[in-house]
Write a protein that binds this ligand. Structure first.
Ligand SMILES: *[C@@H]1O[C@H](CO)[C@@H](O)[C@H](O)[C@H]1NC(C)=O
Ligand SMILES: *[C@@H]1O[C@H](CO)[C@@H](O)[C@H](O)[C@H]1NC(C)=O
Ligand SMILES: *[C@@H]1O[C@H](CO)[C@@H](O)[C@H](O)[C@H]1NC(C)=O
Length: 340
């Protein structure tokens, strides 16, 4: 009896071993699908960029809802308490910033546990308490005409940049049109997905370079010719210095469009309200990454004032201290004018 049962077990072991061997051979062949499957099984070392695009759009929208909600609550409270400030809402900026940061970062973290995510608010609001506020991957955030491939990338090559509230000063001044929430995905430091969401208008502009873009961007055409009277959009907060530099470089026929928020300024370039976005002081990479991706997707360019592309790798400094020159068309021409 005992000998018989051992024989049966030995057979079973051989059978299982054989299956395992075949499985291992299958996984180590050059077949792409098998490799991809293996990559996925091996504790999620790969990430699907189509899903990350959908997650990024959802994150920007979810952050935007927080930003709008805080502003509405503050207005209601101010009306009710007639000027008296209440505990917890006397700093609406901190509140909006941290709520937006937390839903954007925790939401993406839950969906993509291993991906590197850098947020403007990491240092200030590092720990997010309310972990119940999540969003799901919702493919309807993408319009029906977009055909978006499933593309797998190694997770170590990906950096996600979050700006939970761009144009914070203007937010406190109730200049809400300048306010955006942004998400950017860089692959090996190159920005490939950009999302700029304007929460107070509800508009979302996004692009995945060489793959797909939001419907508003599909209509954008580059300018055929350069212009002698370009419009240069510059920041409200340091417009003095930059205004002088702009008219010196681009001529007395150039116009200045004073604006706020890097996301908003890129949207001015994309909509051709501005020819050039110029920034002459240091700027953080989460402010410009999404706009950089969107301009790249349209065949435009964002560079430093030394004509370098910006590297968005996670191991580099989050500060770009070489300024910004961004255009939809004829970057080289305007760059040469600026440096001449
Ligand atoms: C661009 O310039 C060329 C040459 O001067 C001219 O023929 C063409 O009409 C211009 N295109 C536009 C859109 O103005
Ligand atoms: C461009 O300017 C027009 C006119 O001022 C304005 O209505 C429009 O909203 C602007 N576009 C964007 C993207 O802000
Ligand atoms: C600026 O950089 C672009 C892209 O690398 C390059 O094609 C162009 O020639 C450069 N322009 C100047 C003036 O160096």
């Amino acid at each position: 009896m005992i000998g018989h049962s051992v024989r049966v077990n030995r057979g079973a072991v051989l059978l299982v071993g054989g299956i395992l061997l075949i499985a291992i051979i299958y996984l180590f062949t050059n077949d792409n699908e098998a490799h991809q499957l293996y990559g996925n099984l091996r504790n999620g070392r790969q990430i699907n960029l189509r899903k990350l695009l959908i997650g990024s759009i959802k994150a920007a929208k979810a952050g935007g809802i927080e930003v709008v909600t805080v502003s509405r609550n503050v207005e209601q409270l101010n009306q009710r308490s007639k000027g008296k400030t209440k505990e917890g809402v006397d700093d609406p900026l901190t509140d909006a910033d941290s709520k937006s940061h937390c839903i954007m970062k925790s939401g993406l973290r839950r969906l993509f546990p291993k991906v590197e995510i850098i947020s403007e608010e990491d240092k200030i609001h590092g720990g997010c308490q309310d972990t119940s506020a999540y969003f799901d991957l919702d493919p309807t955030v993408i319009h029906e005409n977009a055909v978006i491939p499933d593309e797998m990338y190694n997770i170590e090559d990906i950096t996600v940049w979050i700006d939970p509230l761009d144009a914070t000063k203007e937010y406190t001044e109730k200049l809400y049109e300048y306010v955006t929430t942004m998400v950017c995905v860089a692959v090996n430091g190159v920005p490939v997905i950009g999302v700029i969401h304007s929460p107070f208008s509800g508009k979302t502009t996004w692009a995945w370079v060489n793959r797909a873009m939001s419907e508003d961007l599909l209509l954008v055409k580059k300018e055929e010719n350069v212009t002698n009277n370009p419009t240069i959009t510059v920041s409200r907060s340091h417009s003095g210095d930059v205004k002088e530099k702009a008219s010196k470089a681009f001529g007395s026929d150039s116009n200045i469009l004073i604006a706020a928020g890097s996301g908003y300024k890129v949207l001015q370039v994309v909509s051709k309200n501005a020819t050039i976005y110029l920034h002459t002081t240091r700027i953080k990479k989460w402010d410009v990454c999404a706009g950089n991706a969107i301009l790249s997707a349209l065949g435009g360019r964002m560079s430093t004032l030394e004509n370098d592309s910006i590297d968005y790798s996670s191991d580099l400094s989050p500060v770009n201290d070489k300024g910004i020159l961004a255009t939809l068309s004829h970057h080289d021409y305007y760059f040469n004018k600026y440096t001449a």
